[in-house]
Ligand binder design. Structure first.
Ligand code: 9WN
Length: 457
C-alpha cells in the first residue's frame, strides 16, 4: 500500500465500519481531487489533461451522484471535436504546467489538420480513442435526478455523437470492410498490447523523430511502462500522421499502421446501439444507428473472426493478415448484443480457460493478455496486468448475454483489487499489487459503478 487516497481513507482514525462506504468515499475523493472545474484528469502525476475514453468511464462513475459533473465531463470533451467529427484522444488542460506530458499540444499541432479546418476550441491531440461515449451519455441520462436537464444534455450531444460515428464510418474505413481502422496504437486505448508488436517492427528513418523527453518515466516505474524502442515507434507513427495533415483520404498511401481492432469496433457497435436508444428518447430516427450496429456486428464476424483459432483477432490492413495475438481485445465482441451463439461459446470458454483465468489461489481475473503466451508480462502495461476498465466492459458483455455469474466474479475481482491496492492504474493478476499511476480516475469511477449497481455482494 502506498500513499493513495484509499490508504488515507482507511487509515486508523478515519476508518468506517462498512468497507463499501469507505471505498465509495475514497473513490469520490480521488475524482474530486482530479476535477479541474470542467472535467476530470486521469491522474495528477502521469496524465494531467483530459483523455477521451477516460472521460466516458468517469462520467459513468459520476452519474450516480453528480449529474452536473457527469454531463460536464462529456460536454467538455466534445467541445474539442473536430469539424469532420473526429473526437480527439486528449484535450489539453491549459492549467497543466507546460511540458508536463509528452506529446503536448505543440507536437500535435492540430491547427494544421485538414479535418479541423474552420473549428476553434480547446487544443487537442490529432488521433482518437475507442468510441464509448454514446453508451456513457445514455447511462448518465438513465441515472439523472433532473430528467429535463438530462434530456436537454442528450439533445445537445446527439448531433455530436452522430458526427463521431459518421466520421468513423466515412473516413476510417480504407479497406471497405465496414469497420473502423486505428492509425496508431494509442487509438486502441491498449497502447502497449502485444497485438501491435509485429506492425511496430518498422524502421524509424534517421532524423525523423523530434528530440523528446518521456515524462511518464519520471512518474512511473520504467518496468511498468513501454520500452524506449516502442516509444520511438509511437512517436514516429504520430509524426507521420501529423505530417500528412491528419488527412484520412490518403491513409492507404501514407499510414504505416492501419488496423481493425476487435475492442475498438465492438465498443463502436455497443455505442451505436446506445445511440439508437438516444435517438428514440429524443424522438429522432433510431434506424440508421441500428443499421450501423448491425453492419459492424456482421463485418466483425466476416473480417475479424478466425475459424482456425476460434477467436476474434485484429486485421492488419497494410499486411493483409490477422494479427493472431490473444489479448483481452479478442474477448470484447461480447459487447455486441447480436454476437452469435458459437462465438459467444468460444469467448466464454476462453475466459474460463488457463489463458485468461489465473490458476492460483486468490488470483485476480482478467489479465489483459493470454497468461500462456510468451509475451505475457504481469506488470508491464497492457501486456498482462488487470485493468478495471476492461473488467467493467466484460462485466457488461457477460451480463447482456445472460451470464450473471462470471460477470459478478469479474466485477468482484475489480473491487477486490481496489480494496487491496488502492486506486492504481493496473494490477498484478496473481498478487494484486498495483502498478502505474496512483489515484487513477477510471479505477475510482468504475469501481463506484460496480458497487452502486449492486453486483458485488
Ligand atoms: C497515451 C490516460 C491514457 C489511457 C490509455 C492508456 C494511457 C497514454 C499514455 O493513458 O495512454 O494515450 O501516455 O500511456 O493506455 O488507455 O486512456 O489514462
Amino acid at each position: 500500500m502506498g500513499d493513495s487516497a484509499l490508504d488515507r481513507a482507511s487509515a486508523p482514525g478515519g476508518t468506517r465500519a462498512d468497507w463499501r462506504t469507505t471505498l465509495l468515499d475514497s473513490a469520490w475523493q480521488v475524482l474530486d481531487a482530479n476535477w479541474t472545474g470542467t472535467s476530470t484528469i486521469p491522474s495528477r502525476s502521469l496524465y494531467p489533461h483530459q483523455w477521451s475514453w477516460d472521460a466516458a468511464f468517469i462520467a459513468v462513475g459520476r452519474s450516480w451522484t453528480d449529474q452536473r459533473r457527469a454531463q460536464s465531463e462529456l460536454e467538455s470533451l466534445f467541445a474539442a471535436q473536430w469539424a469532420n467529427g473526429m473526437l480527439p484522444h486528449i484535450v489539453f488542460n491549459p492549467a497543466a504546467p507546460p511540458g508536463s506530458y509528452f506529446p503536448g499540444p505543440d507536437f500535435w499541432d492540430a491547427g494544421r489538420a485538414v479535418g479541423r479546418a474552420g473549428r476553434s476550441g480547446p487544443a487537442s491531440s490529432g488521433i482518437t480513442q475507442p468510441p464509448i461515449h454514446a453508451r456513457a451519455a445514455l447511462q448518465v441520462y438513465q441515472r439523472a435526478s433532473d430528467t429535463g436537464e438530462a434530456r436537454a444534455f442528450l439533445a445537445r450531444l446527439f448531433p455530436k455523437l452522430s458526427a463521431q460515428h459518421d466520421y468513423l464510418a466515412g473516413s476510417r474505413d480504407p479497406a471497405g470492410h465496414g469497420l473502423a481502422v486505428i492509425v496508431h496504437p494509442w487509438e486502441s486505448g491498449m497502447d502497449n498490447a502485444p497485438i501491435w508488436d509485429d506492425d511496430l517492427e518498422l524502421a524509424v528513418p534517421p532524423g525523423v523523430l523530434p528530440p523528446y523527453r518521456r515524462h511518464d518515466l519520471v512518474h512511473a516505474d520504467p518496468a511498468d511502462r513501454p520500452t524506449a524502442a516502442a516509444y520511438d515507434r509511437f512517436v514516429y507513427l504520430a509524426v507521420t500522421y501529423r505530417d500528412a495533415g491528419y488527412d484520412d483520404s490518403t491513409l492507404l498511401a501514407t499510414s504505416p499502421f492501419l488496423v481493425e481492432d476487435p475492442l475498438f469496433n465492438a465498443i463502436w457497435c455497443w455505442s451505436a446501439h446506445a445511440l439508437a436508444e438516444i435517438a428514440t428518447i429524443l424522438g429522432e430516427d433510431p434506424g440508421p444507428h441500428r443499421e450501423l450496429a448491425a453492419r459492424i456486428s456482421a463485418d466483425m464476424l466476416a473480417h475479424l473472426w478466425d475459424p482456425a483459432s476460434g477467436r476474434f483477432h485484429a486485421w492488419d490492413v497494410r499486411g493483409g493478415r490477422l494479427l493472431r495475438k490473444n489479448t483481452i481485445s479478442s474477448l470484447m465482441p461480447l459487447l455486441d448484443p447480436a454476437l452469435p451463439a458459437a462465438q459467444l461459446a468460444a469467448i466464454s470458454a476462453d475466459l474460463a480457460s488457463p489463458h485468461f483465468r489465473p490458476d492460483a489461489p486468490g488470483a485476480f481475473p482478467v489479465p489483459s493478455h493470454d497468461l500462456l503466451a510468451p509475451e505475457f508480462d504481469r506488470r508491464r502495461y497492457w501486456r498482462g496486468p488487470v485493468w478495471i476498465n476492461t473488467n467493467w466492459l466484460l462485466w457488461h458483455g457477460l451480463r447482456q448475454h445472460g451470464a450473471p455469474r462470471p460477470a459478478a466474479e469479474i466485477a468482484a475481482s475489480a473491487v477486490a483489487l481496489a480494496r487491496l491496492s488502492g486506486w492504481r492504474e493496473y494490477f498484478d493478476p496473481f498478487s494484486g499489487e498495483g502498478y502505474g499511476s496512483t489515484d487513477f480516475s477510471w479505477s475510482a469511477a468504475l469501481v463506484t459503478d460496480l458497487l452502486r449497481s449492486g453486483t458485488v455482494q
